[in-house]
Design a protein around this ligand. Structure first.
Ligand SMILES: O=P(O)(O)OC[C@H]1O[C@](O)(CO)[C@@H](O)[C@@H]1O
Length: 611
């Protein structure tokens, strides 16, 4: 009896296998440092956190958490950073670093500030890729190292503003929409070409934006189908923005091809609704030019994907949603100015980097849990995950030493997460420090009300944040608190700029290149190899299936004929995946034991035999 196979089949022979198994995820990285909580060095309520010395001997962590309320208040006021114009505060008092530690870190900071200064002047700060790193110029084009780059930035910003105004005012219209105007954006991109726009849309888009936005940020066919199905007839009034710096990322290409197919099937002309954001002359750029897409905007070689929110990548979608992008840029620019100060205490990004180094021993031994107490900032931690982890998670340092650096970031939002994992944070494994993001303004003025005498809903949120911060600290868990007045384009721009700079400074402290991502290439290459192997498997099966009679093959035989006996497990998985997707793979035998399975194709493709 014939059947299709997968990794999860019943033990009976010749059973349909429906659910292939993918390789299990790698286990999370282990903490490098042992940590103990020791009682009291002076007062009875004091504790010292001690660390074993790290392998590459970074600045050692000696110190303790202050327990005395008066001394703690002093520490709070002494270290509180305030940016008056932005209304932004950074409280690092709940990190236990000492003055000695700050002093010991000084030489590293001097080096980091110098590296940052050089970077802003146009040094090749991404040496592996031979690139400048210029995201700071995007919000202050005057800083660009030459007038050509300055003009590129200014012209692009002007083009974004003009194009988005014309779209919103329906001066540029979709050809077949009954409304006569664009109503939706479908943004196709992944990683840095999605996370910033997603975060900003969630944080800042008004309730009724001129254009609503949806995202395709994966090559999951069901996810893509869902987005297209949700658009329904509004596909005719959808502006599709395809974003890829390299212009060749497979997931994004697949998303584009799937969307183009949907347009064809709906009888719509994709080119009249398509916009590309990519580097000049990339595959995507050339495709968009040849096919005559509605518009193209440049991505610059010297802006990395994960720091591209203030380029066309983030600004176009934001402007189309009615978000004030000039305010975002202004907020970022103000923060950039503040984070150029070479005095750690007065530089909020340096303070963050100091805290990260302190908490993680400079080797990433603790995770950073980011908890914004504001629903609209939900995606901030996800955005930071790429910014921080893709930048800092490096095998080698700038001198070629193997260091396996990084800083793990996760989190969603408070107080919601209090009902999910704060239990472990307070009482369980002590492998993290927290970052609270506090927003002072609960609601727009005039909308608040007291749900019980003297207490609003926002007071509860405030109480939850303060309570969790105190409860964690009481149990020796450190935290940083970033406070903004409200979530608006200016504060969001400032937050992005703050963390971009903190990552850059921290990378210098631990001597890694923050601006490349060699590790991602390995996965991309391996994925390409799997797809190439799949083609060989299909050719081998087709040849056997075109024989008369059909020649069913064991997995071993398929592997041998593919000249890839070492890839036998992958070949089994490929066959299982195709079988689960009605790809005409037929299997005989006991699916519970892959060795007994024989496979062939349901039909012979004669053309493929001679291809
Ligand atoms: O914008 P691109 O070139 O499509 O790349 C998308 C993402 O892929 C990466 O290159 C690797 O994941 C990221 O750095 C980047 O943000």
């Amino acid at each position: 009896m014939a059947s299709s196979i997968s990794g999860l089949c019943s033990s009976s022979s010749s059973t349909l296998i429906r659910k292939p198994h993918l390789a299990p995820p790698l286990p999370p990285p282990k903490s490098h440092l042992a940590e103990t909580l020791k009682p009291s060095f002076s007062g009875k309520s004091r504790h010292i956190l001690t660390h074993a010395v790290a392998r590459d001997a970074p600045v050692e962590k000696k110190g303790g958490l202050e327990r005395d309320p008066k001394a703690l208040w002093e520490r709070y006021t002494e270290w509180l950073y305030q940016h008056k114009e932005l209304g932004l505060y950074l409280d690092v008092s709940r990190m236990g670093f000492t003055d000695e530690f700050v002093k010991e870190m000084e030489p590293r900071f001097i080096k980091a500030f110098k590296a940052m200064e050089d970077l802003e002047k146009g040094a090749i700060s991404n040496p592996d890729e031979g690139r400048m790193v210029g995201h700071y110029w995007l919000r202050n084009p005057k800083l660009s190292p030459n007038s050509f780059l300055r003009l590129q930035i200014e012209n692009t910003l002007e083009a974004i503003c003009a194009f988005s105004q014309d779209i919103i005012a329906a001066k540029i219209k979709p050809p077949s929409s009954p409304d006569g105007r664009f109503t939706q954006i479908l943004s196709v991109g992944i990683g840095g070409s999605a996370l910033g726009p997603q975060f900003v849309a969630e944080a800042l888009a008004p309730d009724n934006p001129p254009l609503k936005i949806r995202f395709i940020d994966n090559t999951d066919p069901a996810g893509i189908d869902h987005q297209i199905a949700q658009l329904g007839p509004e596909l005719a009034s959808t502006l599709v923005i395809v974003i890829s710096k390299s212009g060749g990322t497979p997931e994004t290409r697949n998303g584009l091809l799937e969307v183009q197919k949907a347009f064809r099937e709906a009888g719509l002309n994709f080119a009249k609704q398509g916009v590309a954001i990519t580097q000049e002359n990339s595959l995507l750029d050339n495709t968009a030019r040849i096919e005559g897409w509605l518009a193209r905007f440049p991505m610059f070689d010297w802006v990395g994907g994960r720091t591209s929110e203030m380029s066309a990548v983030g600004l176009l979608a934001a402007a189309l949603q009615g978000i004030d992008i000039k305010e975002m840029l202004a907020g970022a620019s103000l923060m950039d100015e503040a984070t150029r100060t070479p005095v750690v205490k007065n530089n909020p990004a340096a303070l963050l980097a100091l805290c990260w180094y302190w908490a993680s021993g400079g080797v990433g031994s603790k995770d950073m849990v980011v908890l914004p107490y504001k629903d609209s900032l939900l995606l901030f931690s996800r955005y930071l995950q790429q910014l921080v982890m893709e930048s800092l998670g490096k095998e080698f340092d700038l001198d070629g030493n193997r260091v396996n650096q990084g800083l793990t970031v996760y989190g969603n939002k408070g107080s919601t997460d209090q009902h999910a994992y704060i239990q472990q944070l307070r009482e369980g494994v002590h492998n993290f420090f927290a970052t609270f993001i506090e927003v002072l303004r609960d609601r727009p003025p005039g909308h608040d009300w007291e749900l019980e005498p003297g207490v609003t809903c926002g007071d509860y949120l405030f109480g939850m944040l303060q309570g969790t911060r105190s409860a964690l600290y009481a149990n020796g868990r450190e935290s940083v608190t970033v406070t903004v007045q409200e979530v608006n384009p200016r504060s969001v721009g400032a937050l992005i700029a703050l963390y971009e700079r903190a990552v850059g400074i921290y990378a210098s402290l631990v001597n890694v290149n923050a601006y490349h991502q060699p590790g991602v290439e390995a996965g991309k290459k391996a994925a390409g190899e799997v797809l190439a192997l799949q083609k060989r498997v299909l050719a081998v099966l087709n040849e056997a299936s075109c024989k008369d009679p059909v020649e069913p093959l064991s997995i071993e035989e398929v592997a041998d004929r593919c000249h890839a006996p070492e890839d036998i497990e992958m070949i089994y998985k490929i066959i299982a995946h195709m079988a689960a997707n009605d790809r005409a793979i037929i299997a005989e035998g006991d699916c519970g034991s892959p060795r007994s399975v024989k496979v062939f194709l349901g039909e012979c493709n004669v053309d493929a035999l001679y291809a």
